[in-house]
Every structure is written in C-alpha cells, then in structure tokens.
Design a protein around this ligand. Structure first.
Ligand code: DX5
Ligand code: ZN
Length: 218
C-alpha cells in the first residue's frame, strides 16, 4: 500500500503554458498526460515530442495515459521520452504482456486501462505483469464529463483481485473524479485518483489537490 495518490490531468490545463501549469500541481504525486490519436478516441491531443519536453521541466513524474491505437508500437516511446508510468488500453493492445515487459525494460511502470464497457475478468491473469490497473469512470476522449457510478463495482473487483494476489498493484480511477465523487472511489478500493477539471478548474489548484487527498483518506 503506497497510500493515496493524486494525479491531476493536464488535459484541462492551458496548453499554451504547460510549464507553468505543471508548477500549479507540484504538490500532487503525478502529472497525468492524456495522449489521444483521433482513432482510438475522437480527440487529438499531444504526442511523444511534447511528452519529452514536459518530462524535462515537470516537478513531478509523468503518468502517460495512452488513448491510442497500436500501443504495442508506441508505448515504449513514451517511456523513452521520460514518462515514469505508461498506461495502455487493453482494447487496443495485441500483446499486453509484451508491452508491459517493454515498459519495464525502459524503467517505466506498466499500467493497463479498461474502458467503461470492458470487463476486467478476462484480463485478471495480466495482473502478474502490471503495476497498475486504470478503471475509466467516463468514456475516454474528453475532460469534464460526468462520473459513471456504474463503474464502481469494477473498481472493487480489481481491488479484490489485487488483494487476493497479495501484490502492491495500484488501482487508478480517471474521469469525473471530484470532491463529490472521490470518496466513493476510495471506498471501492481506488488509490490513485486522476482529476482534470476538478483541479485545473479551481482557482487554487494546490488547495483542490489537498482537498481531494483529504477526502480520499477519510
Ligand atoms: C478522459 C481523460 C481524463 C480526463 C479527466 O479521456 O482520460 O484523464 O482528463 O478529466 P475530468 O477529471 O475533468 O473528468
Ligand atoms: Zn486520462
């Protein structure tokens, strides 16, 4: 148990000022970077060169969430670019074990994401190869969507599988996480919390991070 961790998503930051936007979240545990390719999801954000630039200036480690096709080809490049953790979507992966091994060989944590419509059961055996499972609590693609309460049983199911296995795999939630929803996520067993609009939409991002952390710990 690594305790509660907060990972603000820079998807809701000012893309014209990313260095100063990273400084606003220096009190968080991770900077969550949403990479989208306009194929896996209907939105296009940033790629390897920008991640490389962010890694050089970020006060906290980068947590790259790849919402892209062909992570078998691309995931390792985000590790090489300096991301300390890389999440691939299992729906897009041909060989999740190979992706995880590749990431580990480059010193990054390996994380697998599940879209809301994707069941965890068929992938449980992959836990042996992973450092984290991300349960999406919105349809991936955009910030500012409403939290999907119906994903909480899956969070619980992942946490129980991790506990049975006796490992220290983290369970991350992403999408609609706010002061109103974070306690339910923590109750269900999540320990890493992505929040975009709830942090960057606040006047005082540092205070918003502290509030989220306190709620998740309570
Ligand atoms: C959605 C992204 C999220 C997004 C979360 O596809 O993966 O990381 O930034 O934004 P909020 O917290 O506003 O739902
Ligand atoms: Zn994300």
């Amino acid at each position: 148990e690594n305790g509660i961790q907060i990972a603000p998503s820079i998807l809701s930051a000012d893309f014209a000022n990313l260095e100063s936007e990273l400084r606003r979240i220096a009190g968080a545990d991770w900077a969550h970077v949403d990479v989208m390719d306009a194929h896996f999801v209907p939105n296009l954000t940033i790629g390897v060169p920008v991640v490389e630039a962010l890694a050089k200036v970020s006060p906290i480690p980068l947590d790259c969430h790849l919402m892209i096709e062909d992570p078998d080809r691309w995931a390792v490049q985000y590790a090489e670019a300096g991301a300390a953790s890389v999440t691939f979507h299992v729906e897009a992966a041909r060989d999740p074990r190979a992706i995880a091994a590749d990431l580990h060989a480059h010193g990054a944590r390996a994380s697998m994401a599940l879209k809301p419509g994707t069941a965890f059961g068929p992938y449980e055996e992959l836990l042996d190869h992973l450092d984290q499972v991300l349960v999406m609590t919105v349809e991936p693609g955009f910030g500012g969507q409403s939290f999907m309460t119906d994903q909480l049983p899956k969070v619980r199911q992942v946490r129980e599988a991790v506990a049975r296995r006796g490992g220290s795999i983290w369970v991350q939630v992403d999408g609609g996480v706010s002061a109103d929803t974070i306690e339910q996520c923590a109750d269900a067993g999540a320990d890493v919390f992505v929040a975009g609009s709830a942090v960057y939409g606040a006047d005082d991002a540092a205070a918003a991070i502290d509030e989220l952390r306190a709620l998740a710990q309570s």
